[in-house]
Design a protein around this ligand. Structure first.
Ligand code: PD2
Ligand code: ZN
Length: 276
């Protein structure tokens, strides 16, 4: 992060320019807020300045579950089980997020469009074939059909985050041997392609991986820094958030190789702002 303009206790054009530059470099609201606090700004005032400059909600909030110890959460049209919760990083394993019928219908709708998975090319902001990701996949557009729209509304309610801030649902299929090597889902501010990527809704701030089909063996979603392996049970999901694009969020995760059978997942990535 570059230096915050000094003597910026008034909302100067320089401060606004600095905030816009930080946002386009991939820094999150949380990081900017901390820099302003360190420079002497009151939290509430700083939040308002950031929100009005970047035209985002003033809450500074992240997608989150209502984790008040409830065993089940109201997701509007469905009660979702909380099977595990973690504070750092913010992570939860959820049961019963999708019905068997919804899992099958998503697979059926996605299958004809599957292609070898691409990942975002960090150098350019485009997309490339990745050797770290040997699954096949496709994207639905947001609200593409009634099923997708229903699941997106459920996720928005569950995670307290607007539907509009979500990327389109991505469906991935892993055949035996396929994997997704450990990575972070946020866009690295140090990469030259990041400002282009961020034009569509800012940083990613949270991930929800939903399991549509369990393989016979292997295929856990692994968090190497936590020693955590989430087993891909059909209808279950793992949710985690990251308040800054930095490894200190402990959000490194991967998809372990599938050893037998097929694993299918649907991933919803949530952005800071409206994803367009
Ligand atoms: O399929 C998975 O388990 C997995 C692992 C890591 C999915 C993603 N990342 C992702 O879609 O970002
Ligand atoms: Zn991921």
């Amino acid at each position: 992060m570059s230096a915050l303009p000094t003597l910026a206790q008034n909302v100067t054009p320089q401060l606004r320019a600095w905030l816009r530059a930080q946002a386009s470099l991939g820094h999150t609201v949380q990081t900017m807020l901390e820099a302003m606090r360190t420079a002497g700004w009151q939290t509430g005032v700083a939040r308002d300045v950031i929100a009005t400059t970047l035209q985002i909600p003033a809450s500074g909030a992240l997608p989150r579950l209502d984790q008040d110890g409830a065993l089940q959460l109201d997701a509007g049209d469905r009660q979702v089980d909380v099977l595990l919760q973690m504070r750092r990083p913010r992570l939860a394993v959820l049961g019963n997020l999708l019905s068997d019928a919804e899992c099958s219908a998503l697979i059926k709708a996605a299958r004809p469009s599957l292609a070898r998975s691409l990942t975002v090319a960090v150098k350019t902001g485009g997309e490339v074939l990745s050797h770290d990701r040997t699954s096949s996949g496709m994207f639905f557009t947001r609200g593409e059909n009634a099923l997708v729209a229903r699941i997106e509304a459920r996720i928005a309610r569950l995670l307290n985050w607007p539907v509009e801030n979500g990327e389109g649902l991505q469906v991935l299929r892993y055949l035996p041997g396929a994997e997704y090597k450990p990575h972070h889902d946020y866009f690295d501010p140090a990469e030259p392609g990041t400002p282009t990527i961020l034009q569509r809704g800012g940083q990613r701030v949270a991930t929800l991986v939903m399991y549509l089909q369990a393989p016979a063996q292997g295929g856990a979603t692994v968090f190497p820094e936590l020693g955590l392996e989430v087993l891909p049970q059909r209808g279950h999901a793992v949710f985690f958030s990251y308040d800054r694009p930095d490894a200190s969020t402990l959000s490194l995760h991967g998809g372990a190789p599938v050893l037998a059978g097929e694993k299918w997942v649907a991933t919803k990535w949530l952005r800071e702002r409206q994803f367009i």
